[in-house]
Ligand binder design. Sequence first.
Ligand code: ACO
Length: 380
Amino acid sequence: MTDIKKGLAGVVVDYTAVSKVNPETNSLLYRGYPVHELAATQPFEAVAYLLWNGELPTDAALADLRATERENRALPADVKAAIDLVPLDAHPMDEVRTAASLIGARDLAGNGSVLEAGGSVEDNLERSVRLFAVLPAIVAYGQRRRRGEEIVAPRDDLDYAANFLWMTFGEEADELVVDAFNQSMILYAEHSFNASTFTARVITSTTSDLYSAVVGAIGALKGALHGGANEAVLHIFDEIGSAENVNAWLDTALAEKRKIMGFGHRVYKRGDSRVPTMKAALDALVEHYDRPEVAALYDTLESEFVSRKGIYPNLDYPSGPAYNLIGFDTLTFTPLFVAARVTGWTAHIMEQAAANALIRPLSEYNGPDERHIEGYVVDA
Ligand code: ACO
């Protein structure tokens, strides 16, 4: 009997030096650094640099990256026009996927045959920085146009996280809010061979280009079992309403065998390493906005679900309500995940390209036995 590993569960498919997830100790390292230390001390730009280059930047390297990021932050007019073609009631992830695809087509125009599609290490590093730089404008404009608001131009005097919030809301965010948002970007940046990163590596393994790999990854991230869960957490919060309703709501949800979004993880079975840091950021936001009822609902649902099922929250559980408090629309949450994870995806794309082997697993056929088209006569 063939031993089939459904969902590739437990299968180790390659080496990676980008990050290490250790479910035994509930820890996550980016290039050797614990993620909570990075979240407490670094701007997201420095973590992006670390993921791409293997080391934290010197002051000069960070200044260089920030200068390039600023040069590429504005939404190009044709990409804006393409976004405007996406129906307003389409999911924002479709809008982000479309925009990323157009950016790739513009950037690779004139590049010749598929044999050159993959690009050099330098090409791919530049492409990664450009995508990282422009995604906030795409996400911010998406939210604004759904609200019937005009696009807001980037501000050169603000760093990545503060500028992202500026372009979304058209006003400068408080330092505490910028810090919480920056931490969320760092926590979402990378997580080894998750479904979207693996998708990007599969596409890269065919020697396709970085943009195609990112577009595929965006598609994988959209699903509610992966990135879509941060949006789904807010739908659940809206359904429950307040802490007093948690028990009755859970009775029904579990009787209906519903998945409780924001809980459970394929790798972590005793808690997600990123949750304590994001929960602390959420607590700070709850206090800042004076919204204790959000913390009450959060804590009650967590303690009830953990005590009934022994399944712990994942990063999407605290980040959903945190993004809601900051003012992002629920449908914008997964695009925010894209803006963060593009750093991890592109680090993996470059790692895959540097030591490539076509990813092509096998399957065990369980369809009909061989049969033939009626009347078809094989030529003698
Ligand atoms: N709610 C209810 N039951 C759950 C949940 C949940 N959130 N998660 C797991 N279970 C149950 C399953 O129903 C299953 O029970 P059974 O054995 O009685 O059938 C058992 O726990 C094992 O679950 P699987 O889904 O088989 O485990 P897997 O490793 O494939 O799942 C996954 C991981 C997909 C993340 C799952 O926990 C889930 O669907 N969670 C909700 C979606 C979510 O929050 N995704 C975000 C992932 S993290 C991220 O992207 C940042």
